[in-house]
Design a protein around this ligand. Sequence first.
Ligand code: C2E
Ligand code: MG
Ligand code: MG
Length: 555
Amino acid sequence: MTILCNLADHWKELHRLSTTSYETLSDAFQDHLRTGRRLFKLSEGTIRREEEDSPEISAGSGPRIETPIVVESETFATLSFSSPSANVARTFSGAEKELIELMARSLGRIILEHRQLDRLKFQARHDSLTALPNRVFFIELLESALVQARERAGLLAVLFIDLDRFKQINDTLGHAIGDRLLQNVAVRLRSLLTAGDLTGRMGGDEFTVVLPRPRDVHSVIGASQEFLDALREPYRFDGHELFVTASAGIAMFPQHGNTAADLLHNADLAMYRAKNAGKDALEVFVTEDLALGLERLRLENALRRAIENREFDLLYQPVMRMNGEIDGLEALLTWRHPLHGTISPKQFIPIAEEAGLIVPIGSWVLRQACLEGARWRKAGYLPIRISVNVSALQFERGDFAETVADALALSGFPSKCLELELTESCVMRDLAGSVIRMSRIRDLGVSISIDDFGTGYSSLSYLTKLPVDSLKIDQSFVRNLQEPEGSLPVVQSIVRLAHSMNLTVVAEGVETAAELDLVRVLGCDKVQGHVYGPSLSRQATETLLMNRNAVHALV
Ligand code: C2E
Ligand code: MG
Ligand code: MG
C-alpha cells in the first residue's frame, strides 16, 4: 500500500521549513504528526484516510520521494511525497529527506501502538483459543442485541450449547486434542452464522449463539438443529477421528427472560434437560426448568459427599437362566439420601457424569461388588458371577483396565466371575479405541456384555468387530413384544445374529409371565426382570444364595 501525500499545504510547509534549522524542522514535524494522527485512522491493521474524499489523497505529478513505513519488521506502507505539479521544479534537500524518514518512522510507531492497542482490546474481549467473544464480551453483545429487540418489540433467541462428554475426550486423548476440537467447533458454529447472529464461548465446552431476529420458536429450533447437525459431523485431525455430539437449550426473549443473564441461565437449564434426556438433544426452556436446576445443584452437592457419608449401597438383580436357575447377579447402585430417601441411578448417574463424579463413584461400585463377591465365596456360597455397570466416562479413561485389575487384586474376587456392562453408545463412540480397551479387560479374564442393546445404533455389523460375550436386549423391546407392530421381529433377528456369533442373549426388564414365555420362544438365553421380584438388598441376596446352595446340595 502506498500512502500518497500530495500535501498541498504541507508541501509549502516543508518547503518553508527546509530553509530553517533541523531542530525547527523536527519540532514542526511533531505538529505534523499530530495532524497525522487525525489524518489516518487505523482499523484492523489497515491504514485509511479519515476523510476519504480529502483532496490531499490525490497524488501530485511532480517529483516524488518515497520512504517505507516499517511496522514489526514489515513494510506496512510506503509514504510518498510528491509535488503538486510537474511544473514545480523541486529537489529534496537532505534535511527534507531526513524529515520525511522521521515522519515514516513516527507513523510506523503510531501504527504499531494502534495495533498493540487493538490486540489488547481484542484479547480482553475474546477467548484466546477460539477467538470467539468471551463470556464478558458476549454478554455485552447480547445486551445490545436485546436493546434493539426491545426497540422493535421483536423476538430474540439465545442458544446454549454444551458438548457431550468433552471431559472424557480431554482426559483420554489429551488437552491438545481437546483444544483442537474446541477450535473446530468454533469454526463450525461461525460458518453457520448469518448476518447479525452472534456466537461466543462461555468457557470449557460451552458455546452460545444469539439469533437476533427469529421469526418464531420453530425457526429457532430449525436453526439450532442445524448447529447440532454441523457439530455431529466427524472431526478429523492428527490421525484421530472423533465423533462428538452436543446438547443445547433455547431461551426466547421476551417469553423466557428479559435480561442477558436470565436468558443465558434459562437456556443453560434447558440444555441440562436435554443432557438428562440422554444427550445429543435440543430443548426449549420451560418454567419447570428453574426448579429442576435448583434441584440438580442440590443433588450435585450432596453427591459429592455421598461416598464418604456412606450413602451408597448396591442392590442385586438376579440374572436367571431359562430353566429357572440363577446365573448371576447385576449390581445396581442405589443412593440413600438422608433427606430425599432412595434415589434411582437414572436420576443421579447423569449428574455424576456431568460433575465428573462418576469415576470415583464407579470405582467404588466396582470395588464394593468385588469385595462382596469375594466375601460370599469365603462364606461358602457357590461361585456366582457379578455384573457391574460401567459408565462411558470410566471406560474411556486410559487407566480403566488397571482400576479393574486393582479391584480384583484387592478383593481376591476371581476375574472369571466378574462381568462388565458397557452400553452400546459408549462402545460405538470410538469403535477402534473401544476394541483395544475391551480386549485389555478381557485379557484380565473379565467378560463383557453390551447393555441396553438396540437403543443406540441401527447397524448391527459393528458387533462382529467387538470382543464381547453377551448382549442385553433393552427392556423397551421386551415391553413392545406384544404390540401388533411391535419389536418381535427385531428381537428375533438380534437373537439370531447374536447366536451366530456365539453371544449369549439376555432379555432385560421382563415383568410378566407372558413376556417371559415370549422371550423364551424367541430364543433368549437368560432373563432379568421384575417377573422374579424387585432387586435385592445384600441380605436378601444372601438368603437367595443360601437357598441356591441348599438346592445344589439336594441335587
Ligand atoms: P441397566 O443397567 O439397564 O439396569 C437395569 C435397570 O432396569 C435397573 O434400574 C433395574 O432396576 C431396572 N429393571 C430391572 N428389571 C426391571 C423390570 O422388570 N421392569 C422395570 N421397569 N425395570 C426393571 P436402575 O437400578 O434404576 O438402574 C438404571 C440404570 O442406571 C441402569 O440400567 C444402569 O444403566 C445405571 N446404573 C445402575 N447402577 C450403576 C452403576 O453402578 N454404575 C453405572 N455407571 N450405572 C449404573
Ligand atoms: Mg446394566
Ligand atoms: Mg440395561
